[in-house]
Design a protein around this ligand. Structure first.
Ligand code: FES
Length: 120
């Protein structure tokens, strides 16, 4: 088992390596989508660009490499953004959901999670 820390929600979720990040978020009933994605998303096939997450911690290989779809869709986005539907979990990582609408206390959330060791 591995752990994904969701800093906006303040929770750690155990999952199996190889699990899809979008599937995990939805299974745990966390909010992945902003309004646009709630009103209409592609169901996880990499077409709508509404399932953004940012990777705030972990190792270089914590998540699967960018897919071709992500390389195209994330061209003008920060380097640490992913499309959850295109991302497989390899090992523990720290994730921010909906980075396009960051919480006002994001800096504090990042600081507080730094001191909490992430299980491998
Ligand atoms: S759910 Fe549409 S791109 Fe990820």
């Amino acid at each position: 088992m591995t752990t994904i820390r969701f800093i906006r929600e303040g929770i750690d979720i155990q999952c199996k390596p190889g699990e899809n990040l979008r599937d995990l978020v939805l299974k745990e009933q966390l909010q992945l989508y902003g309004l646009k994605g709630i009103l209409g998303n592609c169901g996880g096939v990499g077409q709508c660009s509404t399932c953004f997450v940012s990777v705030e911690g972990g190792t270089k290989n914590s998540l699967s490499p960018l897919t071709r779809v992500e390389e195209e869709k994330l061209k003008n986005r920060p380097d640490n953004w992913r499309l959850a539907c295109q991302t497989l979990i390899n090992s523990s990582a720290v994730i921010l959901t909906k980075p396009q609408s960051p919480p006002s206390n994001l800096k504090d959330l990042k600081e507080s999670t730094k001191n909490k060791k992430l299980p491998r």
